[in-house]
Write a protein that binds this ligand. Sequence first.
Ligand code: PLP
Length: 435
Amino acid sequence: MHEAALSKTLVDLVQMQEFERNPLILERGEGVWVWDQHGRKIMDSISGVFVVNLGHQNRRVIDAIDDQHGRIAFASPTMSTNERMLELAETIDSLTPPGMTTAKFHSGGSEAIEAAIKAARQYHLQSGSPGKYKVISRYGAYHGATFGALSATGIAMFRTPFEPLAPGFVHVPPPHAPGGIGSLEAMRYTIEAEGPDTIAAVILEPVMNMAGAWEPPLGYLEGVRDLCDQHGIVLIYDEIVTAFGRLGEWFGADHFGVWPDISCVGKGITGGYAPLSAAIMRDHIAESFRGTRESGRMFRHGITYGGNPISCSAALAVIAEISDRSLLDAAKQMGKRLSEGLSMVATGYEFVTGIRATGLLVAVDFDLPAERLGRLGENLRSQAFLSFGPYPSGVMRLAPPLTITPEEVDQLVEMVAAGLRTFVGTSLLESPPPA
Ligand code: PLP
């Protein structure tokens, strides 16, 4: 047991003293289940962090990685490429619309977002619009931890310690913001007020995950697409969470029928078996980086582990597995089963104010004061499943592996139900009704 070493590391985004009192140290995983340091079996109902879309211990992916280790584990990303990366580029091309044929590979989501922002700026610079440099994104969106991606992020908690961030980033409210202040009109107004000739890109998630798994209203993505076309703005989708099956399609763009100019994917592309991400570009952008030696045209950006053969072999196996096992359809069906089950459970609890599902990304809204929300969180956490929230946002998000079975979905619903029952039970004990 290595618990003493907790003081020698920092776990992402948790208060370490509190974490050390009750740490979760995962030792083993299989399918949708993980086991902690006490041997407790817990449902990984957030797929690690929207990553483990095929569940743990997928034999096909492990074998593909083993096989690749026997060939070549690392290939220079600057003076060479590798077979698996080329194969993956072709496979991704077959999943995207015509005219979107180039994938630039990286190792993490933030890196893909950085690359997309840099590609948009460099594209404008060498296409006769050097004045286009601003990036518009939305409040409530998380786009990553590195400086460019963080500058696009619209969540104060992540930004404040590091401000001032990069210049040239403008935020607009998202459509679900109260009072209708985040409409398409707000986007149009902002583009016009900033000056369309200064804007390089708009970046958005098709479904805003961290903000609470919000779908865009009807017509919003079409409207943003039109605005970008009208003003020569590169439309970037952050599909780090939504691509590769989470929404029941290969891409969120398939689900909504509106495609961007650059699509950033990561997380589920390898199901967590190796780090990989990509910025997939339309041809007019990619072509601007190709030219003669004298022209000096190249994308001035590279990442050491980007597209390494091990990660690409994992991604190829993941894509084959999703296809062969019809996991896109499974995600839709299991998402429906989960949200319907949760809706049944929620009946009678007036503090459950909403349930949303797009594919297998499911959110439950709770309307409770902070202290009671914290208590609810503890009660839910004492059940053996992992979730994001409900404390402190008031939204609980669930995103189990696409391989979850109907019986496991029902088990998850029952665990949520048990957590709610305990919460209501203990609340009654704490404040007995007046005599
Ligand atoms: N974009 C979204 C929507 C994310 O959820 C994340 C990570 O959670 C990122 C970008 C950044 O990805 P990474 O943490 O792999 O750098």
